[in-house]
Design a protein around this ligand. Structure first.
Ligand code: ATP
Length: 965
């Protein structure tokens, strides 16, 4: 900037820019937004727009780049997508009236986490802005997140910083606010979260945070929001509000009531499990095909998609909402006509939730009202579809879309006829807003289902293992929804009367409203659109009244409109005022012509101004209905999720699982939904049971046999069951799961600054500490990332620690190539061997994909390598080496034991597995060392460092042998 001669305009620019140093400043000049200096260079590179200069030819030219203001949205969303923050500086006075330089000010700051424009949002995904605060002295922290585009917000308090970071990764916010100086772990950089740093004061300060929250939520006490005793969470929430106020330049009042995550009500799926189960992204980080959500998501509206996403992130842990959802899904499964009709109606419902928020925030364009109007017609159609259930045919015939889906063979719910009868009998309460469902109850359905005498009444808990039978709750749920239904017909009628079908993009240009909406506007429209006709009418009147058939109408810049007569003489009416005399003609005006002309001239401007004010009036009317809109958006989201889950169930032939509060899981003919979708009809289903006798399944089998698949399908079935979905199995009984841990051996996380093995072990440590009796642990080849002996020893110890618990082993599926582990069966309670069967045929192996009891005989790694196309010579050589290794192993075992056991495919571990003097029975530490038992029982999270030190001394003195002090 040195040497640049600053004009007043550039001085103004730099003054504004200095207040927004971390943003690109879009500076309004006429019909363009211009960027200068560094910003111009950046924008021209990122947006591929021309870089020019403000003062070409000057000694120090000022770089400049610009975009037309009417096309700014597209450019803004590109910048947001790339992670930039943009301050929009508008002219805040009419340039025509300005004395000197036009006043300008930043009217909003756009950031990736606060955007509300569709172009910068993904329809079926939330767009979270998050803030994390950690109080080092109190050892407690809070993470809050808000979707500004919908108004949903939530968060959690924890005394475990690692847990907060895990949640931060899991919620994957577009932007994360951190207090200055608070360093995030390296994972955060690796997962690509955008961090914005803010001074702790005043953004995270407790007192102002409290004030901001109370004002934003319209409550007098934080206790109402259940955060009064969670100061770090209050600080994080306060930071979010402060950031929103700062960027949006307006009060933030549209957020729904804050609901902290209630960990006791939801199944916990940490971010590693989500990743390993490929729920939202494949292991390679990509979205789309290959993920569970891609197979499952048959929702139609954005709200439905987002609700499904929330449900998958936090499945329920309580049976009531699961059963309620199952009931509703069952109804849509059995009644294909209803499902079709509802799908058809949903098709015309746009993103009601975000539309309502945009309108409320005054960030809407005319097209938003047209979309809203259409959505409200969709609401009426939706209600008609639901009401038509008793008659069945009429509503669905009109828009029956696809009959290709076969009905599922077995669904244990009532017939649609039975359903219909109940539909109109029961009323209930419909919760407001989509977010109402996400982390709390689905109150409409729950309350309808939780009838005092019903099997799912909240105070009649499902007893362990008691089967849950279908009930007529779905109809009650639907009836409850219908009883509270609001078509918003007043708003629909208003919008129908008001807006044309294809309004222009800008509110200031006019052309938005329909004739007949307001008489005064009609007049102006008539003038602007039919002004010429009016003039012609006046001409005809004058010609007739004065009998001047040769009278003409003309226009010039000096006089405007005029009448013209030739000088041939003759009569000139009295009210004609001469304006100009030419050689052969004279030009006149009349009072009526002047008045008409004035009205014509003004009409264009007046019309624009009137339309603008009418637009604002309509906006305010609709904004006042935000609560009703949000409430219906919630209803639509729920219906959409129900029908979507039903559609998936029918499409993939899934069944309704039985949920119970015991610990057993029985899956008959289970399938992995994603692998099945790819394999088509070739998928081979498997049975799997976890119960008291079979608590820890050790699954062996050749590479490629299908171990990981069966492991993950079980976890996925549990997740699906607990969101209330049907599951890919012929039948399933699922004992409620409070946490799923899914770890895959050699996941590479170099980018996160940890070695593969380190990552694996820290994840394993977390499981051993956190997994409880109700958890489901899925371990896929743990221990593979180190030397064989270390790996085997660790895998062994981990399996022991999970199986050998006072309250009974943790439900665990453990896939391993360490065949030695199979010896744990019969030694530790609940451990059972399974393998995935193969067949050998002419030296090749055939994968049968069947899970069968018993251990596998060996790994068949070399055979699989051959199948994979490893060159023959290498395969042959590997065979020879394997033979040598086995001979050495047998000889060594023979030396030590005389006749040691022939281990299955792995070298025995000296000193651990060989047991001299026995005849080949299992020789591992059948009973664990007392120290390991004590360690296993120790809850490290609950002891202080001092206690730990004391215990260490104690262990050393008791088990330290000679060296014990
Ligand atoms: N039940 C099944 N039916 C059909 N195909 C299957 C089935 N199970 C697995 N497959 C196919 O086999 C492939 C390998 O399965 P998977 O990764 O589960 O094997 P694995 O035993 O875990 O192998 P490795 O030990 O090498 O990790 C899958 O990608 C899938 O294509």
């Amino acid at each position: 900037m040195n040497g640049v001669k600053l004009t007043p305009m550039l001085e103004q620019y730099l003054r504004v820019k200095s207040e927004y140093p971390d943003t690109l400043l879009f500076y309004r000049m006429g019909d363009f937004y211009e960027l200068f200096f560094e910003d111009a260079v950046t924008a021209s590179r990122e947006l591929q727009i021309t870089l020019t200069s403000r003062n070409p030819g000057a000694a120090s030219p000022v770089p400049m780049a610009g975009v037309p203001h009417h096309a700014a949205d597209g450019y803004l969303s590109q910048l947001l997508e790339k992670g930039f923050r943009v301050a929009v500086c508008d002219q805040i006075e009419d340039p025509k009236l300005a004395k000197g330089l036009v006043k300008r000010a930043v009217t909003r700051v756009l950031t990736p986490g606060t955007t509300v424009e569709d172009a910068s949002l993904r329809a079926k995904e939330h767009n979270y802005l998050a803030a994390l605060f950690w109080d080092e002295r109190e050892k407690a922290g809070g993470l809050a997140w808000a979707d500004f585009s919908t108004g949903e917000w939530s968060g959690l308090f924890s005394r475990d910083q690692a847990r907060l970071w895990q949640w931060a990764i899991k919620m994957s916010p577009r932007e994360l606010l951190l207090p200055d100086g608070f360093e995030p772990p390296r994972q955060i950089a690796a997962v690509g979260l955008q961090i914005s740093r803010y001074p702790a004061r005043p953004h995270f300060d407790l007192a102002p945070a409290t004030q901001r929250i109370l004002a934003a939520q319209g409550v007098a006490d934080l206790a109402v929001l259940d955060v009064a005793d969670k100061p770090p969470l209050v600080r994080a929430m306060g930071a979010i509000l402060s950031y929103l106020i700062q960027t949006q330049k307006q009060d933030i009042t549209h957020l729904s009531p804050f609901r902290p995550v209630n960990l006791s009500k939801h199944m916990l799926l940490d971010e590693v499990t989500e990743r390993n189960l490929e729920i939202f992204r494949r292991l390679d980080g990509k979205k789309g095909p290959g993920t569970l959500v891609h197979v499952l998501d048959r929702t139609i509206t954005p709200m439905g998609g987002r609700l499904l996403e929330s449900m998958l992130r936090q499945p329920w842990l309580e049976s009531a909402p699961i059963l309620a959802t199952q009931e509703a899904v069952s109804l849509f499964v059995t009644d294909g006509a209803l499902r079709d009709a509802v799908r058809c109606a949903l098709d015309s419902v746009y993103d009601l939730e975000r539309l309502a928020a945009r309108i409320y925030l005054n960030r809407c364009a005319p097209k938003d009202f047209v979309a809203l109007r259409q959505s409200l017609f969709g609401l009426a159609a939706l209600r008609a579809a639901l009401l038509a259930v008793p008659g069945n045919a009429p509503a669905s015939d009109a828009c029956r879309a696809d009959d290709e889906n076969p009905e599922p063979a077995s669904v244990g719910v009532m017939s649609s006829d039975e359903s219909c009868n109940v539909l109109s009998d029961v009323s209930g309460d419909v919760s407001s807003g989509v977010s109402g469902d996400v982390f709390g109850d689905i109150s409409g359905l729950d309350s309808a289902l939780g009838r005092a005498d019903g099997p799912y009444a909240p105070d009649s808990p499902v007893t362990p293992d008691s089967p849950v039978t279908p009930a007529s709750g779905a109809l009650a749920g639907l009836a409850a929804v219908l009883a509270q239904w609001d078509d918003l017909s007043d708003i629909r009628d208003l919008l129908t009367r008001a807006f044309v079908d294809a309004p222009p993009p800008l509110v200031t240009e006019g052309g938005l409203f329909l004739p007949g909406y307001r008489p005064e506007l009609d007049e102006l429209m008539e003038l602007t659109e039919h002004g010429e006709g009016r003039l012609k009418e006046l001409l005809a009147e004058e010609q007739q009244a004065s009998n001047l058939p040769r009278l003409k109408l003309g226009f010039n810049r000096v006089f405007g409109y005029y009448f013209e007569l030739t000088k041939s003489g003759g009569y000139v009416p009295e009210h004609f005022e001469r304006r100009q005399t030419l050689a052969d003609r004279e030009r006149y005006v009349t009072p009526r012509l002047k008045e008409l002309e004035e009205r014509l001239m003004e009409a264009g401007e007046k019309r624009k101004a009137l339309e603008y004010s009418l637009f604002r009036e309509v906006r305010e009317t609709v904004a006042a209905c935000r609560q009703r809109l949000a409430s219906m958006a919630g209803v639509v989201a729920r219906l959409d999720v129900w029908q979507g889950l039903a559609e998936a169930a029918v499409r993939w032939d899934w069944t309704r699982p039985q949920i119970h509060e015991g610990l057993a899981m029985e899956i008959r003919a289970g399938r992995h939904p994603v692998v099945e979708a790819a394999a088509g009809g070739d998928y081979i289903p498997n049975d799997l049971t976890l119960d008291d006798d079979r608590r820890v399944l050790l699954i062996t089998g050749p590479n490629m046999a299908g171990k990981s698949t069966v492991l993950r399908q079980t976890a996925i079935i549990a997740v699906l069951a607990q969101i209330g979905s049907f599951v890919p199995a012929a039948s399933a009984r699922v004992g409620l799961v409070d946490r799923v841990f899914c770890r895959v051996g050699a996941s590479d996380n170099l980018a996160m600054g940890q070695s593969t093995f380190m990552v694996e072990m820290s994840e394993t440590a977390r499981i051993l500490r956190q997994a409880g009796k109700r958890s489901l642990v899925v371990l896929d080849e743990i221990g593979r990332g180190t030397s064989t002996f270390d790996g085997l020893a660790l895998a062994w110890a981990v399996a022991e620690a999970l199986a050998d618990r006072e309250e009974g082993g943790v439900r665990t599926l453990f896939a391993t190539h360490y065949h030695e582990l199979t010896r744990l069966e019969g030694v530790l309670p609940g451990v059972r061997n399974y393998n995935i069967a193969i067949k050998q045929w002419r030296g090749d192996i055939i994968f049968l994909r069947r899970l069968v009891p018993g251990p596998a005989d060996r790994s068949y790694g070399i055979e699989v390598a051959r199948l994979a196309g490893v060159p023959r010579a290498v395969v042959r050589r590997a065979g020879e080496i394997l033979e040598e290794l086995e001979k050495t192993r047998d000889a060594a075992a023979g030396e030590r034991a005389g006749h040691g056991p022939k281990s299955a495919g792995q070298p025995a571990l000296p000193g651990i597995f060989a047991n001299p003097g026995t005849t080949g029975e299992t020789c591992l530490p059948c009973t664990a060392h007392p120290l390991s038992l004590e360690l296993a029982a120790l809850d490290v999270d609950r002891i202080t460092p001092l206690e730990a030190l004391r215990m260490l001394g104690d262990f050393k003195s008791r088990y330290g042998g000679e060296n014990a002090s």
